[in-house]
Design a protein around this ligand. Structure first.
Ligand code: NAP
Length: 285
């Protein structure tokens, strides 16, 4: 019943190894141990460990970097997933592939309403990163769990909440993006759901996000309220206020709806407001 985590030094991989170790044998392989773009090495590692589940924590997550190097994005985020899928098939392991809200373009559905995207909403990535992750979803194969999530917040390091906290400790305004909205999702809440989906060998695309939709400016208000800071110090800015355009376009709206999870009978993840409060408490120690 071994669970193998590749890309285990990333923020998701680290927490996956830590949390899963409580209930089963876990092997974590970081990029140093296993380069997932090396198909032969992937086959050898998976045949050596013969895991029942492989969780892919590896990805090239530098969205602007991907825009400038599409070949590398495709290699790491798509073709490497094919390597993992093929090796998993050989040993009968279930693959959990993690994907992103950036497969969507931020526009409303056919009814003209902008609402959290369900799994069936048509994809239309605006950037190379999103396109490479969408290709990775296909490369994972029909039997794999493809868990899409958004705006991940780490379990063991400051992340965005920590950066906002640190900024609030100084004086003056704290500028945060207010023109993009999604579902801030806390890895500590995501990992148990991924483990359950893995154990149930759920096939297909499943959205997994904390409840609630927010911009970073709105998250800033939550953090400020939590520490009793003046809410007026949080200043909502737009991407264009922050400087010259970045190489990759981002969707202005990429909230996800956990529709498949509801159908599967999974309880909702807690609201991000509660996860922000817990994170502030953890970081203030
Ligand atoms: N972060 C987010 O907000 C977010 C949002 C939605 C979805 N996701 C998805 O969630 C998953 C986990 O993301 P994360 O935030 O944990 O990313 P992360 O912290 O950047 O971790 C990714 C890990 O993959 C490793 N890696 C890169 N290339 C590799 C290769 N060729 N072979 C093996 N390992 C390799 C990286 O190693 P090095 O550091 O040594 O390169 C890093 O440890 C990804 O699939 C990502 O697309 C993330």
């Amino acid at each position: 019943m071994t669970l193998l985590v590749v890309g285990s030094a990333g923020q998701l991989g680290r927490e996956m190894v830590r949390a899963a170790s409580a209930s089963r044998p876990v092997v974590g392989l970081s990029r140093v141990d296993l380069d997932v773009t090396d198909a032969g090495a992937v086959r050898v590692a998976i045949e050596a460990h013969r895991p029942s589940v492989v969780v892919n924590g590896s990805a090239w997550t530098d969205v602007d970097g991907c825009e400038l190097e599409p070949e590398r994005a495709d290699l790491v985020n798509a073709r490497a997933v094919g390597n993992l899928a093929e090796a998993c098939t050989r040993v009968g392991a279930h693959l959990v592939q993690v994907s992103t809200d950036f497969v969507f373009d931020g526009t409303p559905g056919p009814d003209g309403v902008l609402a959290p995207y369900g799994e069936d909403h048509p994809t239309n990535p605006l950037n190379v990163y999103g396109a490479s992750k969408l290709a990775g979803e296909e490369a994972a194969g029909a039997g794999a769990t493809v868990a899409r999530t958004t705006w991940l917040q780490p379990a063991d390091s400051p992340g965005m909440v920590g950066r906002i906290l640190a900024a609030l400790e100084g004086d003056g305004p704290v500028e945060l993006l207010g023109d993009r909205r999604a579902c801030p999702t806390f890895i500590v809440d995501l990992v148990p759901v991924l483990l359950q989906l893995a154990d149930e060998r759920v096939p297909g695309v499943v959205h997994v996000v904390n409840e609630g939709v927010a911009s970073w400016a709105e998250v800033g208000h939550l953090v400020a309220a939590e520490v009793g800071a003046d809410l007026n110090r949080i200043v909502s800015v737009t991407e264009t206020d922050l400087g010259p355009p970045r190489p990759a376009r981002r969707p202005a709206y990429s909230a996800l709806d956990n529709a498949a999870l509801r159908r599967l009978g999974h309880p909702p993840l807690r609201h991000h407001r509660d996860a922000v409060a817990d994170t502030v408490a953890r970081l203030r120690g």
